[in-house]
Design a protein around this ligand. Sequence first.
Ligand SMILES: C[S@@+](CC[C@H](N)C(=O)[O-])C[C@H]1O[C@@H](n2cnc3c(N)ncnc32)[C@H](O)[C@@H]1O
Length: 472
Amino acid sequence: MTALKKGTEIELVVESLSFGGKGLARIDGFVIFIDRTIPGQRVLVRVTRKKASYAEARVVELLQDSPEAIAPRCMHFGTCGGCLWQNLPYHRQLEVKRNLVWECLAHIGGLSNDTVLPTLPSPEIYFYRNKMEYSFGARRWLLPEELELSHLEKPRDFALGLHIRGFYDRVLDIEECHLQSPSSVSILKQVRQFALASELPPYNTHDHTGFWRFLVIRDSKHTGQILVELITAPHRSSSKVVRQLSTLLPAAIPDLSTLVHGISEKKAQIATADTHKVVFGPEYIEEYLGDFRFRISSGAFFQTNSKAARILLDQVTEDCGLTGSEVVWDLYSGTGTMAIGLARAARKVIGFELLQAAVSDSRTNAGLNGVENCEFVLGDLKDLLGNSSLANNYGSPQVVVTDPPRAGMHPSVVNQLLALEPPRIVYVSCNPATLARDLKVLVEKYRLLRVQPVDLFPHTAHIEAVTVLEKR
Ligand SMILES: C[S@@+](CC[C@H](N)C(=O)[O-])C[C@H]1O[C@@H](n2cnc3c(N)ncnc32)[C@H](O)[C@@H]1O
């Protein structure tokens, strides 16, 4: 497709959805990825990038909508980076996600994809998240109708909301959001009003100046507790400002149980603080997965969709096939969700985790649930797993559960797992591409029994998958 080059405008019909969530169209077999489209849409696009084997394009005009399109719920849909598929019926999102998993297994892993089961749905598809990370921005995304105006109602140089897809420095000022809860949006609006009045500037990602950086809200779906972490740059009056906010917020949000002030000097746009101080409250919220109770502190990992995480935990429990006599190793154990959930059915569970705060939470969580047969080991798995005394100290595992971050397992962890040779591995992944890469190595010694996608992230292209591997 040599005639196609950057800037070319062309009319296309979207055929399918690809990994990462972009629509896929073809001209004479040549693939073009188009962001923010769904199958069946006829679109006029402009090519933004041309490579030898594919091109990328963005929509100039939607010429005809897809016959399966539905009305999105949110006023920000189409602009905001939070949701991608509110206009695609949920049953179709589930089919698409199953396809994305099997395409990754086939293309990246070179694996047979007939083991991929239909996606298990999330019990709720709106207001399902227990955690949101909103960003402050010094460059507010202007809406098309604002571009024509000489006088804007809102300042250009302040925003609090979510990023525009593909623009790390542009923030959309959020007025509504269907991902977390109505209280979450009320907090956002209160904090925005306060921050604007404070006259301290938002953080500027270009010159790394400014004060306000992130607003992280954790909202328990079962206990109603809310934790707010406000992350700012250091500033001499920061304590005074945060103290003022701490008197204002609880009056407006009665369920607010904890306020934490985090300070970050990182240049990277990641919502984690270098140091933090509890302004009021216990520094954690509690959440239930089934009848298990978990304490989650401000920096720790916890699955963001509590109700679907219960389904994930049930799936992992079923896939471990425990009889009560097994030693289970839970790699990347976070706050202990899997380990504690499996403990009743196992002889002993050992969790391995990098973050001290998460290990402390998992020990507390084991106590809260009356679990006495779990231990948690702090460290980096690529160093820990190579330690030959590990099996002597904790017992060789009959089942290993592994739930790495999006980057997947470090190659040395994969190799050490192969050397360890547990009879069964249950691999929980939030990224089908790195799952496929790791499985390609593991299948040397393991048979792939099944892959169960579980949807924890409705309206986005993200998918969780539980894979069962049995020693050959
Ligand atoms: C996807 S989370 C899984 C958490 C847990 N299984 C759960 O369901 O709540 C990944 C976890 O791996 C931890 N982690 C990341 N890199 C690690 C490493 N190199 N060694 C050990 N743990 C690591 C993170 O801190 C995080 O808690």
